[in-house]
Design a protein around this ligand. Structure first.
Ligand code: FMN
Length: 365
């Protein structure tokens, strides 16, 4: 099929999805992916994109961020679309329904999303069974599991320890999500003392399971001051975390948002999150001084924005919102664009870009 024809088909199918209520469209997308109904997309496989990080082997540095496939139903389809890694979750110990609907809003004018889903998920037992199945597949990509706490939990720190215990032997890495704005009080766990206890509890579980080398990432909110970030970097490095994911959605509403839905409550993601989350990434890179790996997330929507995440210090990059606006074809576009940029800059491997632009990004802080 000609390129022009493929492009118009892509646009048409996305436009049809966007006629549906966002949550229904999402459910339909996950169901289609889960039963193998997804468009054939070009595959970009190139040694120059291959990343080794935390003892794991990534075919490329681009991953699907948490929240898209909360219940691990569509993992192989996402790997097949070319993502180097997929992060499922957030998963809480017990299944929970999340907040009342409507709770998901497309800000089409801004290429952004606001969500206040509130960790709707099937719970650890169901998700563990699926993850167990996916990691037996060959060939496969990297699979991370993002863990959280139940809304009604009396001991949230214990919920994370339970998550670590549950997924220790099936996940390639764990993410501690303490940055969702939609579970009241959750972000308090980003305080230094709480985080120290939380990571201590998680590491104790991993040791008990003989999995003390399993990489643990901490996912942060972009809404924090420099001192708080500096504290977190020290605690994370001191307590044996492998790295940080920067960032989750923001409760800020950056100037310039045009969409009428911008006043909805919840976490904002997509293009308007790109600048603030990338500045924070560069700050974390400077503070960590090589002690932590960094996953850059927030507003990646094309090859240039992915390239900038790498320049700002990301070892790996994730996206979610742009997938909703551009569809699965975006993955190959970004990977091809990264290869073109490597050529244009005379670089041999994607790792050579990491951190090259930190100073520039710090000047924007
Ligand atoms: C609808 C929606 C649901 C999300 N759910 C989760 C979640 O369960 N856990 C989590 O850590 N992040 C969640 N996120 C945040 C994303 O993983 C990501 O950090 C954020 O959207 C920024 O990336 P983006 O601008 O590429 O979307 C969610 C984002 C969206 C849009």
């Amino acid at each position: 099929m000609s390129n022009t024809r493929t492009c118009s088909l892509q646009r048409l199918s996305l436009r049809m999805m966007h006629l549906l209520d966002p949550e229904r469209a999402h459910e339909l997308a996950i169901r289609s992916l889960a039963c193998g109904l997804f468009p054939q997309v070009p595959q970009v496989q190139d040694e120059r994109l291959h990343v080794r990080c935390c003892g794991l082997s990534f075919a490329n540095p681009l991953g699907m961020a948490a929240g898209f496939d909360k219940n691990a139903r569509a993992v192989p389809a996402l790997w097949n679309m070319g993502f180097g890694f997929v992060e499922v979750g957030t998963v809480t110990p017990l299944a929970q329904p999340g907040n009342p609907r409507p709770r998901l809003f497309r800000l089409s004018h801004d290429e952004a999303i606001i969500n206040r889903l509130g960790f709707n998920n099937d719970g650890q037992a169901a998700v563990r069974r699926r993850v167990q199945g996916w990691v037996k597949q060959s060939p496969r990509g990297v699979l991370g599991v993002n863990i959280g706490a139940n809304k009604a939990s009396r001991d949230r720190i214990a919920d994370y320890a339970q998550g670590a215990r549950c997924f220790a032997d099936v996940a390639d890495y764990l993410t501690i999500n303490i940055s969702s704005p939609n579970t009241p009080g959750l972000r308090d766990l980003q305080g230094a003392e709480a985080l120290r206890r939380l990571l201590g509890g998680v590491q104790a579980q991993l040791r008990e399971k003989g999995k003390e080398t399993l990489p643990v990432f901490v996912k942060l909110a972009p809404d924090m001051d420099d001192a708080a970030l500096a504290d977190i970097v020290e605690v994370a490095a001191g307590e044996g975390a492998a790295g940080l994911i920067i960032s989750n959605t923001t409760v800020e509403r950056p100037a310039g948002l045009r969409d009428p839905q911008r006043r909805e409550q919840g976490g904002l993601s997509g293009k308007p999150l790109f600048e603030p989350s990338t500045r924070m990434l560069a700050q974390a890179h400077a503070l960590a001084r090589g002690r932590l790996k960094l996953i850059g997330c927030g507003g990646v929507h094309d090859a240039e924005s992915a390239w900038q995440k790498l320049r700002a210090g990301a070892d790996l990059v994730q996206l979610y919102s742009a997938f909703v606006y551009h569809g699965p074809w975006l993955v190959a576009d970004i990977l091809q664009g990264l290869l073109q940029r490597l050529d244009a800059h005379g670089l041999k491997h994607v790792s050579e870009v990491v951190g090259n632009g930190v100073e520039e990004w710090l000047e924007k802080v």
